[in-house]
Structures are given as C-alpha cells and as structure tokens.
Ligand binder design. Structure first.
Ligand code: ZN
Ligand code: ZN
Length: 116
C-alpha cells in the first residue's frame, strides 16, 4: 500500500511547501496531471505556487510590458562631456565648439565662484 511504486496507480500524498512550510495535498489526480505534463513534483503549496508564478510572470514580462527608462537625451538638449569633471552631462543647448561646456553642477559651481 505504501510502497507500491511499481504500480501505475497513484495514491494521495502530502507534501510540505518549501515557502510557507504548510502541508499540502498532492492528490493522485494531481500526480497524474503532473506526470502527464512532465512536471516535477511540486515543492510549493497551491497558494505559494500561484504567488511564485505571478512573480515570475511579472519579472519575465517586465522588459516587454513596461517602457524602458526615460530617454536620457531630452528634446533639444545635447549630451556633452563636462570640461571640468569629464562626466557626461545633458545640456539644454547646443554646445559651442570654441567654448568649454560644463555639467550642471560644475556650471553652478563656476557661476557661484564668478569664474568665466
Ligand atoms: Zn506555501
Ligand atoms: Zn562637471
């Protein structure tokens, strides 16, 4: 009765969920279903399985459902390399090739120091 692994008949089993530690039934019907679909023995109870699946679904579709982060280059602005700190910066104007371009913080710092 308990060691009938040679028979194809399944018996109800109880498993312990690895997430919440609850004992949950793995019925003969479920076992047949899992075997038919080539699923491995469940390790989570139904509730945790649903939660897990939802989490996986959202993380997997995250890149397709959601828009990528806002474009770094705003309309009209230019991406420049700051002449002071060397960091890339976005400026709302066309940089002039004959003049140094500063990022916002360097620009503000220089402006505060009244350096031209
Ligand atoms: Zn659980
Ligand atoms: Zn800078």
């Amino acid at each position: 009765m308990f060691c009938d692994s040679f028979t194809t008949m399944s018996t109800d089993a109880t498993l312990i969920c690895i997430d919440c530690g609850e004992i949950f039934p793995f019925t003969a019907k479920d076992q047949d279903y899992f075997r038919d679909h080539n699923y491995s023995t469940p390790i989570r109870c139904r509730a945790c399985r649903m939660k897990w699946r939802q989490q996986r679904a959202t993380s997997e579709s995250g890149c397709t459902d959601q828009q990528p982060a806002a474009q770094p280059k705003a309309r009209g602005g230019s991406s420049v390399i700051c002449s002071a700190c060397g960091q890339e910066a976005d400026v709302p104007f066309e940089p002039r090739p004959d003049r140094p371009v500063y990022c916002r913080s360097c620009y503000n710092a220089r402006k505060a120091m009244q350096v031209s």
